[in-house]
Write a protein that binds this ligand. Sequence first.
Ligand SMILES: [Ca+2]
Ligand SMILES: [Ca+2]
Length: 219
Amino acid sequence: MLAIITGEAVTAADNAGIWVFTPGGSPRLVVRENQQVPGLGPGTVLGSLGEPVVNARGQVAFLARLRGPDVTPATSRALLATDTCGGLHVVARTGTAFALPGEGGPPRVIASISLAPVGGIGGGIFSSAGALAYHLEFRATATTFTDGLFAAIPHHAADVNADGAIATADISGFLVAWFADLAGGTLITDFDLSGAVTSADVSAFLSAWFSGIIQCQGS
Ligand SMILES: [Ca+2]
Ligand SMILES: [Ca+2]
């Protein structure tokens, strides 16, 4: 649920948050206004939060307005979602390029984002398997748009097979892909984003895997 809180040291800029309630458990704060958005520039924070959609695993997805030194009106809307370990991911952001799978030519630029326009008022489909449906509009010309319905599976970086659990299968999956990169010269397992696939990527992955195991125990 989306809730507004009050109290000393709480201001209008950070008085909203999203909590998840589980049967028999205590409410868990997932995100709060004014918090830094992971993966975006320093000072890029959640300016305001939309109504969330929750799945059976306790993952949430929500639209947000971003605020920060590099945020312009064209880049201020984003769809965010949590993985099964509680990590927050940007699924889509307005003003950024979006390459349609299998389509050549220049990437499209996201003009607007909404949760899937299905499932009733407010919409939103976030399956118990972790797949989030969302709708994007792309600006084709100044006055015309194209659009499409997409799905994402927000997952922890060490959850290679995106099944929501960090397990030994993810290590073997990573190693298979790593050897395939070495053989084929591809960069899928360039985990440390160095531009090359080396043994450093295996160490970086294993380190993320072990910290993911610890982080996910608490969720
Ligand atoms: Ca997994
Ligand atoms: Ca690398």
